[in-house]
Design a protein around this ligand. Sequence first.
Ligand code: XMP
Ligand code: MG
Length: 184
Amino acid sequence: MLERDIKEVLVTAEEIKEATKRLGAQLTKDYAGKEVVVVGILRGAALFMADIIREMDVYLEIDFMDVSSYGEAIVSSGEVKILKDLDTPAEGRHFLIVEDIIDTGRTLRYIVDLLKYRKAASVKVCTLLDKPERRLVKDLIPDYVGIQVPNEFVVGYGLDYKQKYRNLPYVGVLKPEIYQETTE
Ligand code: XMP
Ligand code: MG
C-alpha cells in the first residue's frame, strides 16, 4: 500500500543491512576497550539506532535527544531547538551520535558543540545517509557514513514525510503528487 506512493527506491533494505554491518564492525574495533554512550536523534534515527547497536560488540549505553529543525516543512529552517535533552551526564564520557541523514549539517554541528561544551571525552558522528551536496556546515564531517544519497528528499527506514513512511524497510523518493496532495 505505501509502496504505491514511492517513485523510486534509492537504498534497498539489503543495502541498509550491509552498510549497518560494515559500520558496526568498524565501531566494534574503534570502541574496543572503551564504554560508549550511543545517542539517537529522534525520531528519524530510531530504526537505524536499533539496528546499529546490535552490530556493536562493545559495552554501551543508549540515550536519545529530540531536536527540532524541519517541523513539517521539507526545507531546513536552520534553527535548532532542544525538545528532549540527554538524561546522561556528558562529562568525561565517549559519545557516538547516531543520525538518519545529514543534510546541511546544522543539527549535528549544534549537538556536537553542545556535548563538547559539556566536556565529553569524545564525540563522534555516525549517519546512515549523507547528502554531501547540501552541506552548509563545511567542517561537519561525519566519522561514520553508511550511504551517500543525491540531493532529493527521501523517506523510509525512519525518515518521514509529514510523520508518515518511517516504517518502509527501504529508503526512497515519493511521487511528486504526494507532496501536492498533502500541501493543499
Ligand atoms: P541538517 O540540515 O541539520 O538536517 O543536517 C538534518 C535533519 O533533517 C532531516 N532531513 C530529512 N528528513 N528526508 C527526511 O525525512 C530527507 O531527505 C531529509 N533531509 C534532512 C532529518 O530529520 C535530519 O535529522
Ligand atoms: Mg532527524
